[in-house]
Design a protein around this ligand. Structure first.
Ligand code: FCB
Length: 463
């Protein structure tokens, strides 16, 4: 009997994740300031369906009911983010008491239902006023972030004990400042690398601030990592894969865990490197309690002198290759490859030795449609989650200290440049009525969390 089930370690954290801009709405309410996403979504052509996060899931007004549902599903751990412009509307000036009070109520609403809060300070919605003054390339933004961290942890630190400084610095740097697909929509490599550096320094400066104001806090950072493989064993493809790994994974892991940028990539980016001031790398490599890993895909890379790099942009003289037998998500470039999560967790555990690990995001987008019975039978997502959590289970068995898994995402929401055209939720949201309907994957996940495991057959039976 036991051998037919995957049982997770005692106390394993089963949770879901969201981010403020993607769910809250209430764009101008209670004194909130403008964020770069408010500005960016207003630019014609930037968002697939031309929509924005001004209402989104209206979570700002519906959080009590949302947490009731979370509780009903037995999902007792919740990763959410705080909107900086609600708390400090212009980023560095006066504190907005009403904005802070919202998060105070939000945290109490979680705690009263037995839900453990895991808070992210920055999930991309930078106050526009800071962007206007140079954004993450400016040292003033780093100072403002440390102050914002203090303001928030002074208020919530008595109750919130799990903190993440940043979500996916790679995305902010590259997608926002090199590819131009995210706010603030710039396209410049030197700026992108300066932004990455500024974010990492701000992480390092904020860690001790959080610890000072949230006693006993566990503090970490969230990186999006990919499992990278060369398209062939040719020297050129191997080097291309190494560059992708370097730009995507190692550029963000090495400074945090080793206090330096990877030498091969320093050489590759020569001429575009950020200014690194004395003390920066020491700050970035401050010891942390956990690394959060967001994992969505494996990437097979081939050498390509024409230089089509990740997501079609030319910086790495590399190109992504798809093998036709690998299933893909609704995000075409994202392959469903749970073994990549297994390998990533083991690799990070062995090479970087973080004190502990969480999978802080993992999930998939599918064009969900209701069945004739009105229910959402999202079997593909259910299998995706079963296979990826099984990969986590195996990584733990093989020595990675993974404490928990947060599924992206609790409910369908505003998916950045894709607007509302992508659905990652285990709960369906009808945006016209704001009705929530739990999908089959949500019921499955609820049961797995409740039983701290599931039958192996859930992860291996073909769809
Ligand atoms: C991650 C983001 C998250 C969500 C998922 C699908 O990169 O952190 O906000 O958009 O992708």
């Amino acid at each position: 009997m036991e051998k037919t089930r995957l049982r997770f370690p005692e106390g394993f954290v089963w949770g879901t994740a969201t981010a403020a801009y993607q769910i809250e709405g209430a764009k101008d309410e209670d004194g909130k300031g403008e964020s770069i996403w408010d500005r960016f979504t207003a630019v014609p052509g930037k968002i697939a369906d031309g929509r924005d996060g001004s209402v989104a899931c209206d979570h700002y007004h519906r959080f009590e009911a949302d947490f009731d549902l979370m509780k009903e599903l037995g999902l007792r751990n919740y990763r959410f983010s705080i909107a900086w412009p609600r708390v400090v509307p212009d980023g560095s000036g006066p504190v907005n008491a009403k904005g802070l009070a919202f998060y105070d109520r939000l945290v109490d609403a979680m705690l009263s239902r037995g839900i453990r809060p895991f808070a992210t300070l920055f999930h991309w919605d930078l106050p526009q006023a800071l962007q206007d003054a140079g954004g993450w390339t400016s040292r003033a933004t780093i100072t403002a972030f440390a102050r914002y961290a203090e303001i928030v942890t002074r208020k919530l630190g008595d109750r919130v004990k799990d903190w993440m400084t940043h979500n996916e610095p790679w995305v902010v740097a590259y997608v926002g400042h090199l590819f131009g697909d995210h706010a603030p929509g710039m396209k410049d490599l030197k700026t992108a690398l300066a932004v990455a550096h500024g974010i990492l320094v701000s992480h390092g400066k904020a860690v001790p601030v959080i610890r000072a104001h949230a006693s006993g806090a566990r503090v970490g950072i969230v990186h999006n990592l990919e499992w990278v493989e060369p398209a062939s064993q040719s020297e050129e493809d191997v080097a291309a894969a190494m560059r992708h790994d370097g730009a995507f994974n190692r550029w963000f892991l090495d400074p945090v865990f080793r206090g330096k940028y990877p030498g091969d990539m320093m050489a590759w980016f020569d001429g575009f490197l950020p200014e690194i001031r004395s003390g920066d790398l020491e700050a970035i490599s401050v010891p942390i309690d956990f690394l959060g890993v967001n994992y969505y895909t494996r990437r097979i890379m081939a050498h390509d002198p024409a230089g089509r790099g990740t997501q079609g942009r030319s910086i790495l003289a590399a190109r992504q290759v798809h093998w036709p037998f690998t299933p893909r998500a609704d995000f075409e470039e994202w392959e469903m490859a749970p073994e990549g999560l297994y390998r990533t967790l083991l690799r990070v555990a062995r090479e970087y030795k973080p004190a502990s690990l969480y999978v802080t995001e993992n999930g998939t987008s599918l064009p969900d449609a209701p069945g004739p019975d009105g229910a959402f039978h999202d079997t593909v997502r259910l299998r995706y989650v079963a296979r990826h959590t099984a990969a986590v289970h195996q990584a733990i068995a093989d020595g990675a200290n993974v404490r928990g898994y947060f599924l992206w995402t609790f409910m369908d929401n505003f998916e950045w440049a894709f607007g509302f055209t992508k659905r990652f939720g285990i709960t369906h949201v009808d945006y016209a009525s704001q009705k929530r309907t739990v999908k089959d994957s949500g019921r499955w996940y609820s049961k797995a969390a409740g039983e701290n495991g599931f039958p192996i057959s859930d992860a291996v039976v073909p769809d």
